[in-house]
Design a binder for this molecule. Structure first.
Ligand SMILES: Nc1ncnc2c1ncn2[C@@H]1O[C@H](COP(=O)(O)OP(=O)(O)O)[C@@H](O)[C@H]1O
Ligand SMILES: [Mg+2]
Length: 263
């Protein structure tokens, strides 16, 4: 790239500029390729999620239209299973749009304890049925932050649900939710004594459609990440496979910057 002659300096600069341009172009191509790769991964995940219920719908529809089912009760049951397959697909699409749609937060001052408490309460009964005890300890009632309450509630619900699902086969399964202050931030900590996350999967859990569960959609943590990013917040995860996981949602209490870019 270096040229040494009378016009050396100028030529040199031109050379360097071209090098830089090439570097930028290479960088762009790399980013583009990564984007395409993750788009491909996402499309594959979505296809997989939708194929399951679709398979059921197809089978039931085939049987019904073949005329082989003459029992009215059975045909009604099959129609119902078709309906629930359709509902499942609709839920996947709703979650996907939630993830993909451009989201504008509507922030107001909220006592975070009051955003969190109903989520814990709502999950207790379902968790108990799965043999998991959900407890809120020390929900600091004074802790106020400018947040989008309903969106944040969705974040808490998704994380608590994962914690319950991770712990459900553990003896003395427990999920503990804590809210406390750390410097200028509020921290919501969700601790479970469940299966844990292997270190090599730690980064993947935020990818849309990444799931290790037979009936999971893999959209929960992708939505959590998006909403936390919009709040200028952070997600820390400590996990020991076979022992359990701690998820810390860190929410800044200073005003959120006007525009947060989320890619
Ligand atoms: N508390 C947790 N303990 C263990 N694994 C977890 C936990 N939270 C998330 N994961 C892992 O991250 C994956 C993605 O989570 P999520 O996006 O909510 O999708 P889903 O719950 O539908 O599988 C889960 O399938 C699971 O493997
Ligand atoms: Mg989940």
């Amino acid at each position: 790239a270096c040229v040494f002659d009378a016009g050396g300096q100028i030529l040199g600069t031109v050379g360097v500029l071209r090098d830089l341009t090439e570097q930028v172009a290479t960088q762009r191509r790399l980013i583009q390729r990564e984007k395409l790769a993750s788009l491909g991964e996402m499309a594959a995940g979505m296809a997989h999620e939708i194929r399951n219920p679709l398979g059921g719908i197809k089978m039931a529809t085939n049987l019904l239209s073949s005329g082989a089912v003459d029992d009215r009760r059975i045909s009604q049951e099959m129609a119902q299973s078709i309906m629930s397959g359709i509902a499942e697909i609709e839920a996947i699409i709703a979650d996907l749009l939630d993830y993909a749609r451009e989201t504008r937060l509507e922030c107001q001052e909220y006592a975070l304890g009051r955003v969190l408490a109903p989520v814990v309460e709502a999950s207790t009964a379902e968790a108990a049925r799965r043999g998991v005890r959900v407890e809120a300890v020390r929900l600091d009632d004074e802790l106020v932050a400018a947040v989008d309450g309903p969106r944040l509630r969705q974040v808490f619900a998704n994380v608590v649900k994962n914690a319950v699902e991770a712990a459900e086969r553990t003896p003395d399964a427990r999920v503990t939710v804590t809210l406390y202050r750390r410097h200028a931030a509020a921290v919501i900590e969700i601790v479970d004594n469940g299966v844990g996350i292997e270190p090599e999967h730690r980064e993947k859990i935020f990818l849309p459609f990444y799931t290790t569960k037979p009936t999971g959609t893999g959209l929960g943590m992708a939505i959590v990440k998006k909403i936390m990013d919009l709040h200028g917040g952070e997600i820390d995860i400590d996990s020991v496979p076979g022992r359990g996981t701690t998820v810390r949602l860190v929410i800044p209490r200073s005003p959120v910057p006007a525009a947060v870019e989320v890619g």
